[in-house]
Design a protein around this ligand. Sequence first.
Ligand code: ATP
Ligand code: MG
Length: 252
Amino acid sequence: MARVIAVVNQKGGVGKTTTTINLAAWLADFGKRVLILDIDPQGNASSGLGIDYKNLNKGLYEVLVDPNTKITEAIKAYKPNFHILPSTPDLAGASVELVEHENREYKLDENLKHVLDLYDFILIDNPPSLGLLTINGLVAAREVLIPVQCEYYALEGLSQLINTIGLIKDHLQPELKILGAVMTMYDSRNKLAQAVFNELYQHFPDKIFRSVIPRNVRIAEAPSHGKPVKDYDPTSAGANAYRRLAQEVILT
Ligand code: ATP
Ligand code: MG
């Protein structure tokens, strides 16, 4: 049975998609069978793996709203053991359409049941909001990974996120737990980073990953080549940092 991990932070641009793609890539490199679910209408995880998501017939939108679309029909292979269920631009409307549906919070969870046995890890790249798509992502997951950008406002909103995770656990998905927080875009010259780290400890005692992701230009360049950083520049600091994160996740 797959470990299903939602990568969540309602704050935009903190490294959710980057972490999803690069963690998944290393997990696959370690021989795990990996699936990414791109539940963000921005489609960044899809385009970051070279998928022209705007021109697909079937994507996550169809899987969520059309009972005749099987999840396996929409999954694409980036490598034999590294798959992605892409987003399509229509997904933006799904949160509105789903409001009418019964069990609207469980749509992703219900669909995912059909593929749990096919993967070791399923990583869900969530949009920057706590709306219905993210709620579907959290309900379908059993673990939450929170990328936190090392900057002054990083901790704002974390209490709200933890609160939301608590509500989902109490009402919709009792098995949900926080896997941990990972610091992203770390710049050792930035004096605030240590302060952010210390405050994070108060939010997540024992739950901060040792692997810290540095700010690294290779990480930022890789998506425009449609590749994870480990395939774009395997010896870069960014690739190494995500390899260590993947090792930690496997051992956690
Ligand atoms: P959104 O909330 O819009 O979905 P996100 O949380 O998924 O954003 P990303 O898209 O992963 O954030 O990252 C935001 C930007 O920062 C991207 O341009 C990405 O390439 C860049 N970036 C992410 N991590 C790093 C890093 N460690 N070093 C340098 N650039 C990075
Ligand atoms: Mg993103």
